[in-house]
Design a protein around this ligand. Structure first.
Ligand SMILES: Cc1cc2nc3c(=O)[nH]c(=O)nc-3n(C[C@H](O)[C@H](O)[C@H](O)COP(=O)(O)O)c2cc1C
Length: 352
């Protein structure tokens, strides 16, 4: 079905196509039965204290302002992350700001955190409680005088809501944001975030979303801080500023973050690296180029406890979730794993 309408959708500007998708999800009933998968119980996991049907999540950026998360659960996602939400509503960068790289199965975006602002999103969630696990991804406004303060404001606003909060320090489209990957800057932020968490006995899970464009020394420092400040999960990775050399689409010259196929190995390798130190301590959510059972399994075997995707759905439509789940179950059966839990980190176990 999607392959029939795809040429029509791909004729529309990517951001208009996205707005259309959000509108039709909002107003159309999604028949859940189309998205059912046999033996899905093999994929069920427990994540941040909640049992969910499968480990495939919707990555941040699709439902930026929390308008359609319950519809996304009906499409078969096990969990959904909304955002990035900033304290105040903002328009983002000038348009056009999303580009398809069809031949590379990739996107470049420089949206710059366009969203309705934390108060509107908060009310939306209060009036439409999530039916499964919901993550809320937070970030600073572009014009802010103090980025840390913006993170803290959003953390307080969303503290009572959802199942986890993601501190997004990794989008390449907000100048200065990636400075939070530096040890001193990150430590100051996590220290302040932990004051909020202490007050309520660390009840809410806090995750950190990391850039794929970081060096080895930086990785060690970030891992140490994740452990020191009891961060509950790490999302690997956001889009990349690099990896343009082998792209073939003419849009490769656009500035912004690259997602999809060309990001796959970069993020999987980072998952392997973080898993070495975080194994059995902090769960990893793997994201970047997941578009099949094979690419999903590779990230699980590398050490991811759960996955997220965005770009794959742009190229294959909503049935991609069912496809990935069915293929993943087949792979588990072929390899003799009783369930998904057994496969987590199996790459490193086999290779050591
Ligand atoms: C159009 C677009 C907008 C995005 N917006 C956000 C965002 O607001 N916050 C965020 O943390 N990540 C954002 N991302 C990054 C995704 O969450 C994800 O980390 C990245 O796209 C890699 O996954 P994928 O290859 O499956 O798309 C965005 C990605 C795309 C393509």
């Amino acid at each position: 079905m999607f392959s029939l309408i795809r040429p029509f959708i791909f004729n529309i500007d990517p951001e208009k196509a996205h707005t259309l998708a959000i509108k039709s999800l909002k107003y159309n009933f999604v028949p859940e039965k189309f998205f059912k998968v046999e033996n899905e119980e093999k994929l069920s996991i427990s994540l941040f204290g909640k049992s969910i049907k499968n480990p495939i999540g919707l990555a941040a950026g699709f439902d930026k302002s929390g308008e359609v998360y319950n519809q996304m659960f009906k499409l078969g996602f096990g969990f959904v992350e909304i955002g990035t939400v900033t304290p105040k509503k903002q328009f983002g960068n000038s348009k056009p700001r999303i580009f398809r790289l069809e031949k590379d199965l990739a996107l470049i975006n420089r949206l710059g955190f366009n969203n309705d602002g934390s108060e509107v999103v908060k009310k939306r969630i209060e009036n439409n409680l999530p039916t499964s696990l919901l993550g809320i991804n937070i970030g600073p406004n572009k014009e802010t005088a103090d980025m840390s303060e913006d993170f803290l404001k959003c953390a307080k606003t969303f503290f009572p809501l959802g199942d986890y909060i993601t501190i997004n320090i990794s989008s390449p489209n907000t100048t200065g944001l990636r400075e939070f990957h530096k040890k001193e800057v990150l430590e100051k932020l996590l220290y302040k975030i932990n004051l909020i968490r202490e007050e309520s006995n660390y009840k809410k899970s806090f995750l950190l979303k990391i850039s794929p464009d970081i060096g080895e020394k930086n990785i060690d420092e970030i891992i140490n801080l994740i452990l020191k400040y009891k961060i509950n999960g790490v999302i690997l990775t956001n889009t990349t500023d690099n990896n343009r050399e082998n792209l073939i689409s003419s849009n490769k010259i656009e500035s912004g973050g690259l997602s999809g196929k060309p990001l796959t190995n970069l993020s999987t390798n980072l998952i392997k690296r973080f898993y070495k130190d975080l194994k059995n301590k902090v769960p990893i959510i793997g994201v970047g180029g997941v578009d099949s059972g094979k690419s999903a399994f590779e990230k699980i075997a590398a050490g991811a406890s759960a996955l997220q995707l965005y770009t794959g759905m742009v190229y294959e439509g909503p049935m991609i979730i069912k496809k990935i789940k069915s293929e993943l179950i087949e792979i588990l059966n072929e390899k003799g794993f009783k369930n998904i839990q057994e496969a987590i980190g199996s790459y490193s176990e086999n290779s050591t």
